[in-house]
Design a protein around this ligand. Structure first.
Ligand code: FPP
Length: 239
């Protein structure tokens, strides 16, 4: 075996995760759904740290979708409180954790307090190893409609013509502008759907669906998903 083959292959540059199964995790324990989300937030902390250790450059997580407003006010409020607490803590520890943040989604519907935390986190610059992209009030279709609208506005303003729309230009109108597409998308909890997540960006992603609930998701599960990703890559790369 060649020397290079003995070393663990590099992890994907960009991993995206649908953090699913918090509600079921809570139900199994007779706890309120918010307790499941609190455990899910802990799981996120664990996995974001592990991604930094592994050298993953971008971690994108689906924290709140455009459809999640349909949940009870208590549950929505509970998720918002967890996000606020996390961002307050993250702003304090950003340099130590060597992380930076981007937010994908329409933040205008969030509370002014949460919006300010998002803006403060996004505007902080410094040395970082991993970029976390939080999808907040995010929907893939909403992102595409917004991009189409922005392009139409540029055409109407005479900045460009319809023939100037290319894939690269389309990218530039998305929340994810400048971020490479995720090579790997993981959905725990046994569900096998994309649920309006990264519709444009997932065109060539590998999908790994796992039977573990998000609050129980451990670094070993991420290792397992990455191994599966490499197995698929090797097969496609073979003769
Ligand atoms: C899906 O599980 C999860 C969500 C809609 C919310 C995800 C939010 C968090 C993990 C907390 C956010 C905070 C931080 C700091 C990341 P579900 O409730 O739909 O689960 P179920 O399908 O079992 O009901």
């Amino acid at each position: 075996m060649a020397l290079s083959e003995e070393r663990a292959p590099a992890p994907p540059r960009h991993i995206a995760i649908i953090m699913d199964g918090n509600g079921r995790w809570a139900k199994q324990r007779g706890l309120p759904r918010t307790a499941g989300h609190a455990a899910g937030a802990e799981s996120f902390r664990r996995i974001a740290n592990y991604c930094r250790t592994l050298g993953v450059e971008y971690l994108t997580v689906y924290a709140f979708s455009t459809e999640n407003w349909k949940r009870s006010q208590d549950e929505v409020q509970g998720i918002m409180v967890l996000l606020r607490r996390y961002l307050e803590e993250a702003l304090r520890d950003m340099d130590k954790n060597q992380v930076r943040f981007r937010f994908f989604g329409d933040l205008s519907q969030l509370s002014p307090q949460l919006r300010k935390l998002c803006r403060d986190a996004e505007s902080r610059s410094g040395v970082y190893k991993v970029q976390v992209n939080f999808c907040l009030n995010y929907g893939g279709r909403d992102e595409l409609v917004r991009a189409a609208r922005r392009f139409a506005q540029d055409v109407a303003a005479g900045k460009c013509g319809p023939e100037d729309l290319t894939e690269e230009r389309m990218d530039s109108y998305l929340y994810s502008a400048g971020v490479p597409d995720p090579e790997l998308i993981i959905r725990p909890s046994g569900e096998k759907r994309l649920s309006n997540f990264l519709l444009w960006q997932s065109a060539y992603s590998e999908f790994v669906f796992m039977n573990v609930l998000w609050p129980d998701f451990m670094p070993e599960h991420l290792d397992e998903a990455i191994e599966e990703f490499h197995r698929r890559n090797r097969r496609f790369g073979g003769t």
